[in-house]
Write a protein that binds this ligand. Structure first.
Ligand SMILES: NC(=O)C1=CN([C@@H]2O[C@H](COP(=O)(O)OP(=O)(O)OC[C@H]3O[C@@H](n4cnc5c(N)ncnc54)[C@H](OP(=O)(O)O)[C@@H]3O)[C@@H](O)[C@H]2O)C=CC1
Ligand SMILES: O=C(O)C1=N[C@H](C(=O)O)C[C@H](O)C1
Length: 234
């Protein structure tokens, strides 16, 4: 499979290593200021860039008939437009806030726990995410997906807020600590006890492997998909 890497930073480089080990070829590496590139030489594009350019990268792929996997976070105000374009062009598109198998299992565990806790009003939910200091967005995309999983399944919450507690709002604390690949914690706290679920990434390999598996999976498919489709979970 011929892969275009849109964004050649920490994730782009990790994806390159894994893709080559799995027998794929990297035909294009796009970074800042690499504007004039021909995406059509690739069978599939993998976008791990920055929030301000991700939507543009995705539309360029869809307009040129190249299926695209996007892991970039912080651009979701334009997600619906990307979905529309994908349908109009009959393309292939997957966005996931987190591509790792472990986090996708954690997402399901989080939803199940929220359902179980729904009637137990003595518990307040709080969330914390910790990432490296170069991260541009807060809260993390993964934290937003976790919050949405709780809001959909727990009637005590209908929105989330960064660093703020308010009526029916799920507070998310975002911490930035050097070299942390990504840790997400969900707490249910009552006066008598705390229930905690946590996912800790030890490195970026899990995210990168998931993105390559998603790229392999989307070849020959048309539509907008997510990691539950790829991993057949949920
Ligand atoms: N969904 C998931 O599983 C995961 C998602 N992520 C997300 O992926 C994104 C990238 O993460 P990470 O690799 O750690 O970040 P990095 O900052 O290491 O890499 C981002 C790269 O994008 C480059 N870039 C800047 N402008 C453009 C452009 N116009 N087109 C293409 N590339 C460009 C940057 O170049 P320069 O440095 O020169 O500006 C940089 O090399 C983030 O949004 C992060 O949150 C990260 C891990 C897992
Ligand atoms: O920026 C990162 O590094 C990560 N970003 C994603 C997010 O925002 O959730 C996924 C992972 O946590 C690493």
């Amino acid at each position: 499979m011929k892969i275009a890497l849109l964004g050649y930073g920490k994730m782009g480089k990790t994806i390159e290593q894994i893709a080559i080990k799995r027998g794929h070829e990297i035909v294009l590496k796009v970074d800042k200021n690499d504007d004039a590139y021909d995406i059509t030489q690739a069978d599939v594009a993998i976008d791990f860039s920055i929030p301000t350019v991700a939507f543009n990268n995705i539309t360029n792929c869809l307009n040129n008939g190249v299926p695209v996997i996007s892991g970039t976070t912080g651009w979701l105000q334009d997600y619906d437009k990307a979905v529309e374009l994908c349908k109009e062009k009959e393309g292939g598109f997957i966005y996931a806030s987190n591509f790792s198998l472990g986090v996708n299992i954690f997402f399901e565990l989080n939803k199940t726990l929220a359902k179980m806790m729904n009637t137990l009003k003595q518990y307040n939910v709080t969330m914390e995410e910790i990432h490296h200091t170069q991260k541009l967005d807060a809260p993390s995309g993964t934290a937003i997906t976790l919050a949405e999983g709780i809001i959909e399944n727990h009637s005590g919450y209908d929105n989330w807020k960064l660093d703020e507690a308010a009526e029916k709002s799920l507070p998310i604390v975002a911490k930035r600590i050097e070299d942390v690949p990504g840790t997400h914690t969900v707490n249910y706290e009552s006066e008598v006890d705390t229930i905690t679920i946590e996912h800790t990434a030890h490195n970026r390999q899990g995210f990168a492997l998931g993105a390559v598996i998603a790229a392999e999976w989307i070849i020959g498919k048309k539509g907008v998909f997510n990691m539950n489709d790829v991993l057949n979970i949920g």
